[in-house]
Design a protein around this ligand. Structure first.
Ligand code: FES
Length: 347
């Protein structure tokens, strides 16, 4: 797994003064806001007897374990053990891990690795977030598949006419033209012209004149984010799809979506329902893929030119493994082995 990256672990509006458990890379964390509004991220495992701190309560800016009341500071150090007689010290080992946090684009990002601040790979820039012409929507869903499978699915333009033919793919024109990839150490982006959906249903109402092609920008940002920007005749829709590894075979997909048309309708239940409808079409196909984990060697699956964005990811992943960025063995990541389950905000 790739630990030395920022992971978006929760929507910012879901993190309050009530402790909240989140899961990433097979580990549980507790998030809460201090009185000044900044967010704290600690390991969700009390070092005394392993109770979940997320079941505890806040005492000022500290969190108290629900079992024996040990209190932990925002930096993870235990500063109070109620069972100790007065004057007895706190053991040095009485502390839990604390993780750097950033709050950007309506998301809480945690850095789960050990790189110093100036060596950490960047959080991608979402330019639409500060553009007042765009409205924003947040959607999420758990998919029972490894995150690299769900991640690759969103950079796979060729699946659209088949999996999403009833929504926005064009089953009559499944060809993917060759495309150029612009790549750096942490991302790969491509402009791809696709055939728009047939003029029927919603699309019939939206098209004044059906275009021959729709320009999309598709690509990935390490470790787990996919961007899909669709330029429709009446405006732009941009989705940032975060594939959060809950454990080896489960992924929490969190989508931050923007559009600059029909903005009043974008953040409503209907928009969330539409995005969830697309994810529900992906879900059974991605969950059926075998092997569950992405093969390590490129020739282990067949690739076409239309798979170039996925191949670019697999090549970069091989480099990162060779350079020691890949930590541990995904085979050993827990399978439903963590405590509890991630909370999903009802949409
Ligand atoms: Fe947390 Fe005992 S288990 S204080």
């Amino acid at each position: 797994m790739l630990k030395n990256f920022w992971y978006a672990v929760e929507f910012a509006n879901a993190v309050t003064r009530a402790p909240k458990r989140v899961t990433c890379l097979g580990q549980d964390f507790v998030l809460y806001r201090k009185r000044d509004g900044t967010v704290v991220c600690l390991s969700d495992l009390c070092v005394h007897r392993g109770a979940a701190l997320s079941e505890g309560t806040l005492v000022g800016d500290k969190i108290a374990c629900p079992y024996h009341g040990w209190e932990y500071e925002p930096d993870g150090a235990c500063s109070k053990i109620p069972a100790n007689p007065e004057g007895r010290g706190i053991p040095k080992r009485a502390r839990v891990d604390s993780y750097p946090i950033r709050e950007e684009y309506g998301l809480i990002w945690a850095f789960l690795g050990d790189l110093p601040e100036d060596e950490r790979p960047p959080i991608p820039h979402f330019p639409e977030h500060d553009d007042p012409s765009f409205a924003c929507v947040y959607v999420e869903m758990v998919i029972e598949a490894n995150y690299e499978r769900t991640f690759e699915n969103v950079v796979d333009a060729a699946h659209t006419p088949f999996v999403h033919g009833t929504r926005f793919g064009n089953p009559d024109k499944p060809q993917i033209p060759d495309y150029e990839i612009v790549q750096d150490d942490w991302s790969a982006i491509a402009d791809i012209s696709l055939s728009p959906p047939p003029a029927r249903g919603l699309w019939k109402r939206l098209y004044k004149e059906k275009p021959e092609e729709v320009l999309t920008t598709n690509g990935w940002y390490l470790p787990n984010i996919v961007k899909l920007h669709v330029r429709l005749p009446f405006g732009d829709m941009v989705l940032y799809d975060h594939n959060i590894p809950l454990d080896r075979n489960r992924t929490l997909v969190k989508i931050v979506g923007y559009r600059n048309f029909f903005t009043g309708k974008w953040a409503d239940r209907d928009a969330r329902k539409r995005i969830r409808g697309i994810l529900l079409q992906d879900k059974p196909v991605v969950e059926s893929q075998r092997p569950e984990l992405l093969p390590y060697d490129l020739p282990d699956e067949l690739h076409l030119r239309s798979d170039a964005l996925q191949v670019a990811y697999r090549r970069r992943r091989q480099q990162l493994m060779a350079d020691g960025w890949w930590v541990g063995d995904d085979e050993q990541m827990p399978v439903n082995g963590k405590r509890g389950s991630a909370t999903v905000i009802p949409s």
